[in-house]
Design a protein around this ligand. Structure first.
Ligand code: ZN
Length: 307
């Protein structure tokens, strides 16, 4: 009797696992699960999700998260196959032994330093309160770069970590004096009249990296051909994503006003999303210089360009 119960329980488990790792109901499309936050920095992956199934049969299941920490948790525990994520967070996970590869950029440029209207230069930031979304971010690096233009360091300002959605109102209320964060939250501050652009990212750091498209080693090992199709399709989607197309995708996924999107999308582009060794090494140097990490992963261990 016991044996029979065990056998039927076992066959139920086998049946379940056949469903979860097999083909989907809708035919023979394989599925890749990609985590994202609703920001303009993830538009290339949102665009690709729509295009790829038509062209290759690979289905992209988009999984939306409300914060970087929740997204990272899903990525680091293999609950998703990949993500569009702040590259410094992925580098930190890699450094801590999580199996991840950065396979493309999320976007090019696309960040701004927003300050209250009474701040005229980087020197005026001395003693002020400045918000970033996370210590492990290019926003932190850009703040350090901005301060360096006036001979200041991070020790000359009060840095606070805030949720991106809270930053525009925190600036408007005077709780903070400036911020740098993924878009369109910088554009929201401008649109509200709460602040202005002090620097755009390319003025501080040419060919800056910010978000990366990351895949888990597990997914790459187990689904190599699908991973290759996905990465190729992603880069193509980025190349096709001009301002008009980006706005269309953003309107569908981001629930932001036309005005905010028009301001924000001026600052960003999505073409040529390869992570070259040059731009990665510049990032790794800044990560060390500004104290984000002593030992960022080496290019050859972390970036995969050879699908
Ligand atoms: Zn980004």
């Amino acid at each position: 009797m016991k044996k029979r119960i065990l056998a039927s329980a076992l066959s139920a488990v086998l049946a379940l696992s056949a469903v979860s790792c097999g083909k989907t109901d809708s035919g023979d499309a394989n599925t890749i699960k990609i985590a994202y936050l609703p920001i303009t920095h993830s538009l290339a992956v949102l665009e690709e999700a729509e295009e790829l199934e038509k062209s290759s049969g690979l289905k992209v299941e988009l999984v939306k998260y409300g914060s970087w920490s929740e997204l990272l948790d899903a990525l680091n525990s293999n609950r998703v196959d990949g993500a569009s994520v702040l590259i410094e967070l992925a580098m930190k996970s890699k450094q801590e032994g999580i199996g991840l590869k950065a396979v493309a950029l999320g976007h090019r440029d696309g960040n701004v330093i927003i300050v209250s209207n009474d701040i005229g230069s980087a020197a005026d930031l001395k003693g002020k309160t400045f918000a970033i979304p996370h210590r492990q971010s290019s926003h932190n690096i850009l703040l350090n770069d901005a301060l360096a233009t006036a001979g200041l360091t991070i020790n000359d300002v009060n840095v606070t970590e805030l949720a991106p959605t809270e930053m525009p109102s925190a600036l408007a209320s005077g709780q903070i004096d400036g911020y740098c964060v993924a878009e369109p939250f910088g554009a929201m501050g401008v649109s509200l009249g709460a602040g202005k652009v002090l620097f755009s990212s390319e003025e501080l750091w040419e060919d800056s990296l910010c978000c990366g498209l990351v895949l888990t080693d597990k997914y790459i090992d187990e689904h190599y051909e699908d991973a290759k199709t996905f990465v190729e399709g992603y880069k193509e989607a980025g190349n096709k994503l001009d301002k008009e197309a980006a706005k269309e995708v953003a309107k569908k996924y981001l629930s932001q006003s036309d005005e905010v999107l028009d301001i924000s999308l001026q600052w960003i582009s999505y073409n040529d999303l390869e992570i070259t060794e040059d731009i990665y090494n510049t990032l790794a140097e800044k990560v060390k210089e500004y104290g984000l990490s002593d030992a960022p992963p080496a290019y050859e261990d972390f970036v995969k360009n050879d699908f």
